[in-house]
Design a protein around this ligand. Sequence first.
Ligand code: PLP
Length: 501
Amino acid sequence: MSGLSFDADDQVRWEPSADEIRRLGHRVVDLVADHLAGLPDQPVFRPFPNRTARELLAEDLPATGESAELILDRISEQVMPYPFGNGHPRFAGWVNGPPVVLSVLVEALAAALDPSVAGGNHAATYVEHQTLNWLKDLIGFPREGMGLLVSGGSAATIVALAVARHRASDGASRDTGLVQDARPLVVYTSEQGHSAIAKAVELLGIGGDNLRRLPVDADWQLRPDALEDSISTDVAAGRVPMAVAVSAGTVNTGAIDPLLEVRAICDRFGGWMHVDGSYGAPAILDERYRDALTPLALADSVALDAHKWLYVPYDAGAVLVRDAALMRASFSRVASYVREGDDPDGVTWLPWFSEFGFEQTRAFRARKVWSALRLHGRDGYARSIARDCRLAGHLAALAEDHPELELVAHNLSVVCLRYVVAGLAAQTLGDLNRAVLRDVQLGGRAFVPSTELDGRFVLRACFINPRTTAADVEAIAEEIVAAGRRATKLGGSGPSRPCGG
Ligand SMILES: Cc1ncc(COP(=O)(O)O)c(C=O)c1O
C-alpha cells in the first residue's frame, strides 16, 4: 500500500482495496501479537538509543510518500523494541498497566468509524452513554449524573472543578471571570493530593495560593480536623470554600481519604466534594476496600481512569458529575452549526457531550472501555483487582521480613520501600536508594519508580497488572536487594538472599 497516487488528470487514487487493507492489517496484528506475547522475554525497560533519537529528530518531512510496508518496517525496528515497560510482568511503574488486548484491537475499529463524539444521533454517542452508566454503576454513582470520557484524571479534574467553580461563583466565573476584588475561592486537598489538582486550580484562575494542602495522618490520609480548621480560618477571613478534592487512592501510597467524614464537612459548609479516584476507585470491587470507597456514591464529582485499574489502553479517563444540569450550565455553548432541532430521530439532537465539557471534537474512547468492561465483567475485574492488591501485600510482607528492606507505606496495590543499611545517615540512605533505583531501572530485569515521603526518598511499586505473579514480585524484591548490595559493595558477586518463594 502506498500514499496518495494520482492519474494523468490529477485524480487521486485514495482508498486501498479491501485485500490491501487485509494484508496490511494482518501485518499490524502480527506486530501486536509479537509485541504483547513476547514482552516477558524482553528487558522490562531499555532506553531508546541516543543515536537513533538523534537520527529521528534530524530527519526531514518526506517530500514524497513512503509505502505502508516501509512505515511498518520502521515501526517494527525503531519503535516496538523500546516500550516504557507497560505490560511486562515485572514492571511496577507509576500507575501504568498493560492494555486489554481486545481494547487494543477495537481501537482500529473506532478509528475506522472515526466519528467525532461531540454528540449527534449515531452509535458512538450511545456506546459512550452506556459506558458512562456502567462506570457509574461500578462505583454506585447515581445514573442521573452526567459524565464524559476524557483524556485522563488531569482533564477530569479540570472539568469537575470548573463545575464547582461555576456553582461557587453563581455562574459569574463564566461571564466576569474571577475578578481580583471578589472574595477568593479556596480549594482543599491533602499534601498527598495529585499534582493534577494543583494544575486545575491554577488553570481555572483560582490561584495556587488558594489551594490548601492539608496535613495527613500516619496512614497518609487527609486529617478531617485539619480540614475543618482550615475552612473555618478561610471563612473567618472572608474567603469562599469552594471544593474539597479528596483522594480515593493517592498516587504515592494508595491512601484513601476519609470520604464519609469529608462529605459531612462539605455538607456543613455547602462545599463541593470532588473525589480523585483516578487510580483507586475501581478498588471498590475488592471487599477489603468496599466500605472505605462506598461514599464515592456521595461525591459531587469523581475522576476515574479506565486507563489505570481497568487496564484500558491510553487514553481513557472519565469524569462523573452528580448534577447534570449544573454541568451543562458550566460549559454549554452551542454553536449555530450544530443547533438544528430537538427531534430525537434527527441527526443533531441535543444535548451533545460537548455541552458538558471543554472539548468539541471528541474521540470514540468508549469503544475500548466498553469492550473491556464487557469482556471482563464486574466479577473479572473484582478478581483481578483483588489479586493486584494481594501481590502488593506480598511485596509489603517481603519488605517487612527482609533485614535490608524497610517498608515505608502500603495500601491498595501500592508499596513504598527502601533499601536500608543500619547506621547510615538519612542523606546517604537517600543517595544509596537513588543508586538502587537507577541500577534496577536500567538493569532491565525489573522496574520500579521512586517518590518522596516525609522527605525520604523511597522506591515505589504499583501493581495493576494481571500478568504479574508472586514469583515476579519476589524477583522485583531480589533485584532491589541485589542492587542495594552492589551499591554498598556488600554483596560482591555472590548470590543475593532470595526473597520469599
Ligand atoms: C491519583 C491520581 N490522580 C490523578 C492522576 C492524573 O491522571 P492522568 O495522568 O490520567 O491525567 C493520576 C495519574 O497518575 C493519579 O495517579
